[in-house]
Design a protein around this ligand. Structure first.
Ligand SMILES: C[S@@+](CC[C@H](N)C(=O)[O-])C[C@H]1O[C@@H](n2cnc3c(N)ncnc32)[C@H](O)[C@@H]1O
Length: 227
């Protein structure tokens, strides 16, 4: 099941009030650590950083805490951005929140030193276009870090399948707006496995592409350098 961009945007508008709580529950509180690792992989002190598909802003704030001087959080869901705007930026960093589409960033080429995306590329209508846009707005040698749910593997696979296919959608149903969490298992199944995402990043202009599996292999952190 692939949702049209308008449906994805209205789904996240509906989810916004419960999004942060669901993140903590779904990841058993590990998402904060994963976001800090993602920020550390991409951001260097003094960088201008783009956090694409920023949602409620937690990864953009992690980028700021990692030493960026200017962070731009971009998302197409106004309700998600409203939540982000309520959060405080760490001292010494300016965060601007922009409503926009990551398939056509409203930025000139080579605007950012680094870019991060947290749980965002799985939801875009055209993954290759999104990766090429990320490459376009990075300076040469600019760093990209992508944190995303991946198809579980290994001994924990049955546990993760039960968790994401059954428990998370059921939890979503008891929270206001959370019924959209039934979309999550399908979106993970149709998303490329970590090796394929790494190959696509290389095709889209990134060098030194690597990935690390986290959380017992349910999440992948991909990194690359704009070549
Ligand atoms: C699962 S949330 C992730 C939010 C946040 N990055 C995080 O780490 O929690 C996915 C976000 O991607 C946004 N999104 C999906 N497609 C988009 C697009 N084409 N342009 C901008 N934002 C998009 C949604 O609005 C949503 O806020």
């Amino acid at each position: 099941m692939t949702l049209a961009p308008d449906s994805v945007r209205s789904m996240f508008d509906r989810i916004a009030p419960v999004y942060d709580v669901m993140n903590r529950v779904m990841t058993a509180g590990l998402d904060g650590r994963w976001r800090r690792m993602t920020a550390a992989a991409a951001v260097r002190p003094g960088n201008r950083v783009l956090d694409a598909a920023c949602g409620t802003g937690d990864l953009a704030i992690a980028d700021a805490s990692a030493g960026a001087t200017r962070v731009t959080g971009l998302d197409f869901s106004e309700r998600m951005l409203e939540r982000a705007r309520r959060k405080a930026a760490p001292g010494g960093c300016t965060i601007e929140w922009i409503q926009g589409d990551m398939l056509a960033f409203p930025f000139a080429d080579a605007t950012f030193d680094a870019a991060t995306v947290g749980f965002g590329v799985r939801n875009v209508a055209d993954l290759e276009l999104a990766l090429r846009e990320l490459r376009r707005v990075l300076v040469p040698d600019g760093r990209l870090a992508i944190l995303e749910i991946t198809q579980p593997r290994g001994v924990l696979k049955p546990f993760f399948s039960l968790w994401f296919d059954r428990v998370v959608p059921a939890l979503g149903k008891v929270l206001p707006g959370g019924s959209a969490y039934s979309y999550l298992p399908a979106s993970v199944k149709r998303f490329p496995p970590a090796e394929e995402l790494a190959a696509l990043l290389a095709e889209c202009g990134f060098a030194d592409v690597r990935f690390t599996l986290l959380g017992g292999s349910i999440v992948a952190l991909h990194t690359g350098r704009a070549s």
